[in-house]
Design a protein around this ligand. Structure first.
Ligand SMILES: Cc1ncc(COP(=O)(O)O)c(C=O)c1O
Length: 385
């Protein structure tokens, strides 16, 4: 049996897989089983922060595997403590809870927000999220997700989520009441079509949350870890989050989620209120340390420069209607169907993604100009054909 046949027979096909089996790669160039090469503008959906087979990351991860791969959270490990310290020092947050995925990082954020609210008043348990948001695939994070398309078939959902349209301060104000515990947002809605929030709306959220002791939860699962040209996307906005969740690119290719809490919330989840068998696994944390220590100002400014370069080139392509997003999280509105563009690019040796009706680019933070040019050449050829 081929890998395709085996996969189709034995995997529960919740994914619409492409007929492509990847076997290896270096940086932003991947290879399939026939040796064909692909420029990678997708990074496994914002995960492979420094591309694949990155030497420093490989060394950090394999050294930790050779020493100690898992302990359980009953014991201390050095990589876990070091990573928590690095995250807190780089963000100014006070405490971190580690899990394994974005959905779990958000579950933890939701539990903590509910606890903060209900510790004050048992009815203060509502969380406002945005229409068109995406927060994960567990029943609770699907419930937090403000898209009807995800709200079929899996009822009953977790109660207590209220949706409000992005960029509409008046509508948000109408939803606020004594039950409101938190507002949870992505600064750029990734799965929702790479839609950044407006500065005015973020200012409105900041004002409402600070004036009413409502928690601000920022979902940085996709936007985080350098993706938008900031370590975390809120860092060049007016927003001051109480809770930040992240995952995807944090460990550069290994499963790791983190939920960060500010000073006010540093005691919010005492012993036995939350847990995860694999959360903070030393191998994942060793990988994350190798990623985070290299996301510095110099790298972030290169991401912003390269992003501006890509946006300029994209805007010059015939058939591109608009480009949205920030840093290395870009959405391209095209005259042709995004799905067709993805397939045609793949045939020609470029991996890109979709987000709703847009073509989405999520390149590695260290992608070279040569790789960018090679990928953009293919993309231009496909869009203009
Ligand atoms: C903003 C956001 N939050 C949460 C998630 C869920 O992350 P995971 O698939 O790791 O559970 C995603 C995944 O795309 C996401 O983009």
């Amino acid at each position: 049996m081929t890998t395709f046949e085996k996969d189709n027979q034995y995997i529960m096909h919740t994914y619409g897989r492409f007929d492509l089996c990847l076997v290896s790669g270096k940086g932003s160039t991947l290879k399939d089983e026939n040796g064909k090469e692909y420029i990678d503008f997708g990074t496994g959906i914002a995960v492979n922060t420094f591309g694949v087979s990155d030497e420093a990351w490989n060394a950090a991860v394999t050294a930790q595997i050779a020493k100690l791969a898992h302990t359980s959270n009953l014991y201390y490990t050095e990589p876990c403590a070091n990573l928590a310290e690095m995250l807190c020092k780089k963000t100014g947050m006070a405490k971190v809870f580690f899990s394994n995925s974005g959905a779990e990082a958000n579950e933890c954020a939701i539990k903590a927000a509910r606890k903060y609210g209900t510790d004050k008043d048992e009815n203060k348990n509502e969380i406002i999220t945005l229409v068109n948001s995406f927060h994960g695939r567990t029943v609770t994070t699907l419930s937090a997700t403000g898209q009807d398309v995800f709200h079929k078939s899996f009822t009953p959902f977790t109660e207590g989520f209220v949706y409000t349209p992005a960029n509409d301060c008046d509508a948000l104000l109408e939803k606020i009441n004594s039950h409101t515990a938190a507002i949870m947002i992505e600064t750029v809605q990734g799965e929702g079509g790479v839609m950044p929030l407006s500065d005015e709306f973020m200012a409105c959220i900041e004002k409402i949350t600070t004036e009413n002791d409502i928690l601000l939860v920022i979902d940085e699962v996709q936007t985080g870890n350098g993706r938008t040209g900031q370590l975390y996307s809120y860092m060049d906005t007016c927003l001051t989050p109480d809770i930040v969740s992240t995952a995807k690119g944090l460990a550069g290719g290994l499963p790791l989620g983190a939920t960060m809490f500010n000073e006010k919330l540093k005691e919010i989840l005492p012993p036995s209120t939350h847990g995860s068998t694999f959360g903070g696994n030393p191998v994942c944390c060793a990988g994350a340390l190798s990623i985070l220590e290299r996301i510095d100002d110099a790298l972030l400014s290169q991401v912003r420069e390269k992003s501006a370069y890509i946006v300029e080139k994209l805007n010059a392509i015939q058939g591109v209607k608009s480009v949205s997003g920030k840093g290395f999280m870009l959405g391209i509105e095209t005259k042709k169907s995004a799905g067709d563009i993805v397939k045609a690019c793949m045939e020609k040796g470029l991996l890109v993604l979709t987000a709703k009706t847009k073509v989405r680019l999520l390149p590695a933070l260290n992608i070279s100009y040569a790789e960018i040019d090679k990928g953009l050449e293919i993309l231009k050829g496909v869009i203009e054909a």
